[in-house]
Design a binder for this molecule. Structure first.
Ligand SMILES: O=C(O)CCC(=O)C(=O)O
Ligand SMILES: [Fe+2]
Length: 327
């Protein structure tokens, strides 16, 4: 089971609570690559609005969504990507996974100030409030990530601010995903899934899921074995370690592998049963673009030499993104 930690213990708790938060965060990342957070600063109204906006966006006619197409290729994603375009399965070295398509559509958003990869916003009057809401939501997610990075500085015993400065200005991608209804039969076919097993590219990911279920986490000690992360509370934020943190820590921490499969209560259902549609929001926290994503000196020793080659955060992201469309 993934432990639940109280973020307010770190931001406004006693020294003892802060230290305990830091230790528990590291222990949980070490064990599963995942943690759940409460008291993260978002309230129920905001989260319900987030999902309402996401539904309004994806409920638009396809032509309207295609007015802001994401350009597939080795670059940060912006705008709308339709069904079965991105295959995260291509990141896997397992042949059985590599043939799986993802049945999802998504909207990707970067920093508001980004002129190199500008955001693409819908023009429909019914969505006029979408952009201001999402821009504010993005900033609030970034604040939570910076707080977590501060907790990691304490956990690793590195200088205060030394990791935070690697995250400014923000270069994160926020993603809204819609998984349309799909039959149990299709999900069991081995040819498709909602999202195939993968790890995220950034430092950490913040995730809010609706009440549909299906998110699963791989047991690091038993690759190929997954445990469900059922939605128990809409206020719950799920946080996972991404590949950048794995690289910075020279493999001490690892990118938590996850997927979205058949929700637990439907596991015994027949082939014709239909999984209801599902919505999620992932804040895929990234390092600042020119920041190196090779191992930090602290984690490199003669016994444990650097396992990951040096490159910038943007080079790493371009490389990983270029793989997603190679079919
Ligand atoms: O929809 C989810 O719960 C997971 C989404 C995800 O893994 C991703 O966007 O990287
Ligand atoms: Fe993911």
């Amino acid at each position: 089971m993934i432990p639940t930690l109280d973020l307010s213990h770190f931001t406004s708790g006693s020294e003892e609570q802060r230290q305990k938060f830091v230790q528990d965060l590291l222990a949980s990342f070490d064990e599963s690559g995942f943690v759940k957070l409460i008291n993260h600063g978002f309230d129920e109204k905001q989260l319900s609005k987030l999902f309402t906006w996401s539904k309004t966006f994806f409920n638009q006619p396809l032509e309207a969504k295609h007015e802001i197409p994401n350009e597939t290729g080795p670059r940060p994603m912006r705008g709308y990507t339709g069904l079965s375009i991105e295959y995260v399965s291509k990141l896997s070295s397992d042949e059985k996974i590599r043939i799986m398509s993802d049945t999802k559509e998504h909207f990707d958003q970067g920093p508001a100030f980004d002129t190199e990869y500008p955001n693409k916003w819908p023009s429909a009057p019914s969505l006029s409030g979408f952009r201001p809401f999402m821009e504010a939501f993005y900033l609030q997610c970034d604040e939570v990530c910076i707080t977590l990075v501060k907790a990691l500085e304490a956990a690793f015993g590195v200088e205060d601010g030394s990791l935070v400065e690697r995250c400014i200005p923000a270069a994160t991608d926020l993603r809204l995903t819609h998984y349309p209804p799909i039959t149990v039969g299709e999900m069991r076919s081995g040819k498709t899934s909602r999202i195939a097993p993968h790890s995220d590219f950034g430092i950490v990911t913040l995730l809010f899921q609706d009440s549909t279920g299906g998110l699963e986490v791989e047991d690091r000690l038993h690759p190929g074995t997954f445990a469900p992360v059922p939605p128990t509370d809409t206020m719950e934020m799920i946080v996972n370690v991404g590949d950048t943190l794995e690289r910075w820590t020279n493999g001490k921490l690892f990118g938590g592998v996850h997927r979205v499969a058949i929700p637990e209560p439907m596991l015994k259902d027949g082939e014709e049963a239909v999984l209801p549609e599902r919505y999620s929001m992932a804040y895929l926290h990234k390092a600042q673009r020119n920041t190196p994503v090779g191992p930090l000196p602290k984690f490199v020793t003669p016994e444990n030499p650097a396992k990951y080659p040096e490159m910038t955060a943007l080079e790493f992201q371009k490389w990983r993104n270029s793989i997603l469309y190679t079919y």
